[in-house]
Write a protein that binds this ligand. Structure first.
Ligand code: ATP
Ligand code: MG
Length: 443
């Protein structure tokens, strides 16, 4: 692993002051796997006060002094430095009552959640790995440090972190760790919504999310009980080869991770059919129907995302995409109306939703995927040509109508009527023609 210059400087400064200092956690794990990593976590036997002294000439932020964490900025690069510590008793399934500092690196590694996250490395690349995390990385295994039941009881967030790492890294959970996860899942109820959503988002954006979402669906059901009715719910539809939940999972996975809004789209897919079971009817021919599931599901998704404390913009977008996800769109006029209503950006997202949805059905439906690319292309072209798609694109505005003597309510109606006609190509979008039409309407 090549330690980047600023990080090297930090580790060296600690060693030169007579302390030991190690990289630990995600960066060591990811580096050993040959993956890029985003931040360096440093652990040291220096006490917080001593860390502040070593870095007296640097900008230092006392991030969590009580827990021994200080952030040091080296050429604007932030480094979290934490004193070796042992966590005290846990009473709330999440936070230790108190922490004690220790001079022993092994003790610090023992408090960490998984063996793959409990590997330390010094600036010479020397590895300290008392829990055999490197061997678990090679085997592709997530295993608790110590007794899984105890570790998940101490801090239930680890349950979600465990499945998240398995999804992101493409690892399996070791049997005792997996059993404890299933056994202790209801402890997740003690974890804050914010922490749950962060882990959930990472989980659904993992390369192994299909396997994890299927194998640990009880964990998903614990945080989103609204999805439980979808488990094993047969669709009895010629288009579908999976039950509702497996269709959902495969649709999540069908969103390419390279898409700039992959996380938003995957979240949408996770909830897009949440109300299918509630809207299910089996007709006399033995065929399943889910009338209204998109609209009902949009409302349900809104409630779920509010509870999980997502921001309003995300909630509104997911709501809109789910609401519209099963509407048929094919003609240019339909495209114009929809782009006029939701904007080009959301229209393009909707096409991605439809593609992901259809990718998770019978393979004969796959031929529709190209259609959505064509619709997206048409929408882009129309936007580029500045085609008239909304009231604001009309060649006249409300003020013009006020001048010819229409009142507030009439103005809105008139503009909408003109837009309909312009899109239907019954009326030319020119000032002259529109004014004439308005005069006519006034009578
Ligand atoms: P990433 O940053 O890629 O999500 P990470 O492993 O670096 O993964 P962080 O949340 O940054 O995760 O935590 C850094 C390290 O702190 C972890 O690798 C682990 O050793 C330890 N850690 C974090 N959260 C917990 C926890 N809830 N219980 C025990 N140890 C934890
Ligand atoms: Mg990290």
């Amino acid at each position: 692993m090549i330690i980047e210059k600023n990080c090297y400087e930090i580790l060296t400064a600690l060693e030169n002051a007579g302390f030991s200092a190690y990289l630990v956690g995600g960066c060591v794990r990811d580096a050993l796997m040959g993956l890029p990593f985003h931040d360096y976590d440093i652990t040291t036997n220096a006490l917080p006060q001593q860390i502040m002294e070593v870095f007296a000439d640097y900008r230092v932020i006392p991030t969590g002094i009580k827990h021994g964490t200080v952030t040091v900025l080296c050429n604007d690069d932030p480094f979290e430095i934490t004193t070796f510590r042992i966590d005290g008793e846990y009473s709330d399934s999440r936070h230790p009552e108190n922490v004690t500092f220790t001079a022993n690196l092994r003790d610090d590694l023992a408090r960490r959640d998984f063996t793959v996250n409990a590997i330390a490395m010094d600036l010479r690349g020397e590895i300290f790995d008392p829990f055999e995390g490197e061997s678990d990385i090679k085997k592709g295994i997530i295993r608790c440090v110590g007794n899984p039941v105890e570790r998940f009881t101490e801090d239930a967030l680890r349950i979600l972190r465990g499945v998240r790492f398995a999804s992101v890294l493409g690892f399996e959970l070791e049997a005792d760790t997996a059993n404890a996860i299933h056994q202790l899942k209801n402890r997740l109820d003690n974890i804050s919504a914010e922490r749950i959503s962060v882990e959930l988002m990472k989980l659904i954006c993992g390369k192994n999310c299909v396997q994890i979402l299927l194998e640990y669906r009880d964990i998903i059901g614990q945080i989103i009980p609204e999805l439980i009715p979808a488990f094993d719910h047969e669709q009895h539809s010629p288009y579908h080869k999976y039950d509702v939940y497996e269709h959902i999972v495969r649709a999540v996975n069908a969103v390419p991770l390279e898409h700039s809004k992959a996380d938003l789209l995957r979240l949408t897919m996770l909830l897009h059919d949440v109300s299918k079971p509630a809207c299910y009817i089996l007709d006399e021919k033995g065929r399943g129907h889910f009338k209204g599931h998109a609209q009902v599901g949009a409302g349900s998704a809104r409630d779920i995302l509010k509870r999980l404390k997502f921001d309003n913009k995300t909630i509104d977008t997911v709501h809109e995409l789910i609401y519209l996800h099963s509407d048929k769109i094919s003609t240019e006029k339909q495209i114009k109306r929809l782009v006029g209503k939701i904007g080009l950006e959301h229209f393009l997202l909707l096409m991605e939703v439809k593609k992901a949805d259809n990718s998770a059905k019978h393979s004969f439906v796959l031929k529709e995927l190209k259609e959505y690319d064509k619709l997206a292309e048409t929408a882009r072209r129309l936007a580029e040509e500045q085609a008239c798609m909304s009231v604001s694109d009309l060649a006249i505005n409300g003020r013009d109508l006020l001048e010819i003597g229409l009142n507030g309510r009439e103005i809105g109606d008139c503009l909408n009527e003109m837009l309909e006609r312009v899109i239907d190509e019954q009326l030319e979008n020119s000032r002259e023609k529109l004014l004439a039409f308005a005069q006519e309407m006034k009578k």
